[in-house]
Design a protein around this ligand. Structure first.
Ligand code: F6R
Length: 369
């Protein structure tokens, strides 16, 4: 049942190219237009929306954080992302022109369910992004876009996360398509890139041996920090979450620009710091800034583990360990950059003798508030 893998988590990591491809299947037509007729919120209703609010927990929340960058960029509609457990307790502003997107692998997470119930009571429309057919969250939503990751057994979410990202991109691009934005050409180009992204994820999987080796050398460490910017920031948060839940290590993700506002005080000799580097093309200012962050932390003794695009030579001199990922549009980079962090956490958990598929104190679906 584990298909020759030691753990469900490894099997599910390996299934990611297929999960991504299956989630795209039938949703992009031959002309490169998005077909989301299954989302039973009409194009005219979507054109009326003046705000998107995403609610989710844990890994699904990280998918939501990434979605915000895509939605605001491609649609110019303001987007908020909130932990479902906090949402309804702060009296959020919602009305029929708010599109609430609830992201959940299991479809049974109580915090997310309570948040969407609250949103619907205020008259907002709720679109669920969910991996489990017929579960409670999609049943109680106005519409649903299913992710097609297949059953996820390991407690730590991997393939569901990648498919949540794909679904979020589809929603963002679809909103852009029905509303018509200045980014029409870019949207078309990204749709083409998205339809090829499963191959890029596959290529990452073939280069994971050095990541495993590196993880094993860090088994005795107490702390690992993760840094990123732009969509790399939520990727850093996700890398840290995976490490906490699987390796039971102290792990924290930071926006690299925040380093100088406090966290840089944590840097000490031989502290492992994973840095997710944005593409040097596109938002190159951010790239250059993060390269100087890497220099700064390395000068203070950090052991830098750098995830950077193929061909990005500027980072190489400052990387103690360099993990390459394929070239993608900036907004899609999380689909490839997250994979090494999943492998890293899984391998560290193994090296520390932890139960990978069933981490202590955790349940696969959290049905209490
Ligand atoms: C982390 C993880 C959890 C879930 C969270 C939400 O690896 O699995 O953080 O992402 O409990 O679960 P769903 O997506 O089922 O609502």
């Amino acid at each position: 049942e584990k298909d020759g893998h030691d753990y469900f988590m490894l099997k599910e990591i390996a299934e990611q190219p297929k999960a991504v491809a299956d989630t795209l299947l039938g949703r992009i037509d031959a002309a490169g237009s998005l077909r989301l007729d299954e989302v039973r919120i009409s194009a005219s209703e979507l054109r009326e929306m003046d705000k998107v609010v995403i609610v989710a927990c844990g890994t699904a929340f990280h998918a939501g954080l990434i979605a915000k960058y895509a939605i605001e960029h491609w649609t110019r509609v303001p987007c908020e992302v909130e932990l479902a457990s906090e949402f309804r307790y702060r009296d959020p502003i919602l009305d029929p022109r708010t599109l609430v997107v609830a992201i959940s692998q299991s479809g049974e997470t109580m915090d997310t369910l309570m948040a969407l119930r609250h949103a619907r009571e205020q008259g907002a429309k709720v679109l669920a992004i969910c991996n489990t057919n017929g579960s409670t969250i999609p049943r109680e939503s106005d519409a649903v876009l299913y992710t097609h990751a297949g059953p996820e057994v390991a407690v730590a979410s991997t393939k569901a996360f990648l498919t949540q990202l794909v679904a979020c991109y589809l929603v963002a691009l679809y909103l852009g398509q029905v509303r018509g934005t200045q980014w029409g050409d870019e949207i078309q180009a990204v749709v083409r890139d998205l339809s090829r992204i499963a191959g890029a994820v596959e290529r990452v999987l073939h280069t994971m041996q050095p990541v495993r080796q590196l993880a094993r050398t860090l088994a005795q460490k107490d702390t690992v920090l993760f840094l990123g910017r732009h969509v790399g920031y939520p990727v850093a948060l996700e890398g840290a979450l995976k490490l906490k839940e699987l390796a039971y290590m102290h792990a924290e993700g930071f926006a690299a620009g925040e380093l100088k506002h406090g966290p840089i005080a944590l840097i000490e000799e031989d502290l492992p710091v994973v840095v997710v580097v944005p593409s040097p093309r596109g938002r190159s200012v951010l790239h250059d800034k993060i390269v100087s962050n890497i220099q700064e932390i390395r000068a203070r003794g950090a052991r830098t583990i750098v995830i950077a695009e193929e061909g990005d030579e500027a980072v190489a001199p400052y990387a103690d360990h360099l993990i390459r990922v394929p070239v993608t549009p900036t907004l899609l980079q999380p689909l490839v950059a997250t994979v090494p962090l999943q492998v890293f956490a899984c391998e560290l958990a193994t090296a520390r003798g932890n139960e990978v598929d069933q981490p202590r104190n955790l349940a696969k679906s959290v049905t209490v508030e």
